[in-house]
Design a protein around this ligand. Structure first.
Ligand code: GDP
Length: 217
């Protein structure tokens, strides 16, 4: 497939129905395997819900993940063609790094993430969202460590790009590349997104379409 086709393929991928279908609070309770899964991880407030909404062209898709009781769960969304065939699943992982969360919840969160990341054959990639205004911080490093240990392929997305000047952008890109250089499981390209301006959303859809093509080849 040519480059421009992946852009169009990505647009089409997200043009069909997208539905929440499963919330998982434990790795013993995951949905039966179906389509390939793409997970989204990031600190609380990084802009994950906004990005999922922008990606899927919905106003409140990810609100379901932010309802009380669901914030500590893996929330699964199914993307299908208009014919009903399931194409891919999006997995909204619980946000981390929120200071007010108690130790027990953090332990539950860690176990759920670890078990899912290590044990899920359908998981094709984790997109790790990092706040573009802050860059990689210790809670992000911990997540990247967990991904490295789990041997899952992952790619960094820098969010809130609209808030950065060109100088800030260059600086955060350079710092992020340095932080990732020592991490072999990290995909060597960074995606920049703004859910407000829509910048990078097409590129993210394209990246997912390309990935789907790779795993089905
Ligand atoms: P979550 O906790 O990771 O799901 O983050 P949310 O999507 O709820 O966003 C957290 C805050 O960041 C909200 O105040 C959003 O309005 C803001 N936000 C999210 N995405 C963007 C973005 O692309 N640009 C800007 N400027 N603000 C954003």
């Amino acid at each position: 497939m040519t480059e421009s086709n992946f852009l169009e393929e990505g647009r089409l991928l997200f043009a069909g129905p997208c539905d929440f279908f499963f919330a998982s609070a434990s790795s013993n309770d995951l949905p039966s395997p179906g389509a390939p899964e793409i997970a989204f991880a990031g600190r609380s407030n990084v802009g994950k819900s906004s990005l999922l909404n922008a990606l899927t062209n919905r106003k409140s898709l990810a609100r379901v993940s932010n309802t009380p009781g669901r914030t500590q769960q893996l929330n699964f969304f199914s993307l299908s063609k208009n014919t009903g065939d399931e194409r891919i699943r999006l997995v909204d992982m619980p946000g981390y790094g929120y200071a007010a969360v108690g130790k027990e919840k953090i332990a539950n969160w860690s176990k759920l993430m670890r078990d899912y990341l290590r044990g899920r054959a359908e998981l094709a990639r984790v997109y790790v969202l990092i706040d573009g205004r802050r860059g990689v911080k210790p809670p992000d490093e911990e997540m990247l460590d967990l991904l490295d240990q789990s041997a899952v392929s992952y790619q960094v997305i820098l969010t809130k790009y609209d808030e950065l000047t060109t100088i800030d952008r260059n600086r955060v890109v350079e710092a992020t590349m340095i932080a990732l250089a020592k991490r072999p499981a990290a995909y060597p390209e960074i995606i920049f997104t703004s859910s407000q301006s829509g910048e990078g959303i097409g590129a993210l859809r394209e990246s997912i379409a390309r990935l789907l093509n790779e795993i089905s080849a």
